[in-house]
Design a protein around this ligand. Structure first.
Ligand code: SF4
Length: 227
């Protein structure tokens, strides 16, 4: 499912948290990400055995992999790397990242991504998700975050903002520090003065629904927050 079908992916929410302009470039300007070698490596299948210490720490009795989740009400879909169920009945979402942590802590965009998965898990399994983990592959580090109600509300807010941005084709502008742009796969479109493209860049735009059609698809959504 995609935004053309009235759904945002959790990955798009993560990108929005990293920099709102990425979602604008993707869904309004329709440009594809230019992936570096490191990004390709990061998207490869990872070895679940690396999570053994976390499974042991949580005393997980069940570990689900690549869990597909959807919320009709929120208009979000996503595929969670791992969902662990503890012997006390707690559901714990776990993401695996090639990127590095932020001073041993979970990066903001990864935190929002986990909170979005938490909402989806809560709806699917009728539970409350209190914490989540990111395993940073390169550092062999597992970082924990509390998934508070405030954080989950920020996810709802971001979903509304994204739909509003796309419907109104509103450019959020460049509001992040240049340091973030170095590792961004959209920098050659967004900041060509700073990062000139190395080769042919502009691919043919993907066929997509226009803003009016998207608007009709998502206009009935009420973004229910059940708290
Ligand atoms: S280049 Fe920088 S400002 Fe532009 S989309 Fe990427 S992170 Fe955002």
């Amino acid at each position: 499912m995609s935004i053309d079908e009235g759904y945002l992916t959790v990955v798009e929410l993560k990108r929005y948290a990293y920099c709102p302009r990425i979602v604008f470039i993707t869904h309004v300007l329709h440009h594809e990400e230019v992936k570096s070698e490191a990004m390709e490596v990061g998207s490869e299948e990872h070895d679940a055995r690396k999570l053994a210490p976390l499974i042991s720490k949580l005393k997980a009795v069940n570990v689900l992999k690549n869990v597909e989740l959807v919320s009709e009400g929120l208009g979000i879909v996503g595929k969670l790397d791992y969902l662990m169920l503890t012997r006390l009945g707690e559901y714990v979402p776990v993401e695996v990242k090639w990127a590095e942590s932020e001073n041993s802590k979970i990066k903001w965009d990864h935190k929002l991504q986990l909170a979005a998965y938490a909402l989806l898990v809560e709806e699917r399994f009728n539970t409350i998700v209190k914490r989540g983990y990111v395993y940073y592959l390169r550092e062999h580090r597992v970082a924990e975050t509390i998934l508070s109600e405030g954080l989950k509300k920020l996810v709802i807010k971001a979903v509304r903002e994204i739909y509003d941005m796309i419907e109104n084709e509103r450019d959020p502008g460049i509001k992040v520090p240049t340091t973030k742009c170095f590792s961004c796969g959209y920098k050659a479109y967004c900041r060509p003065g700073l990062f000139p493209p190395a080769g042919p860049l502009y691919k043919e735009s993907r066929p997509r629904m226009g803003p009016e059609a998207i608007k009709q698809k998502i206009s009935k959504r009420n973004y229910n927050v059940r708290r």
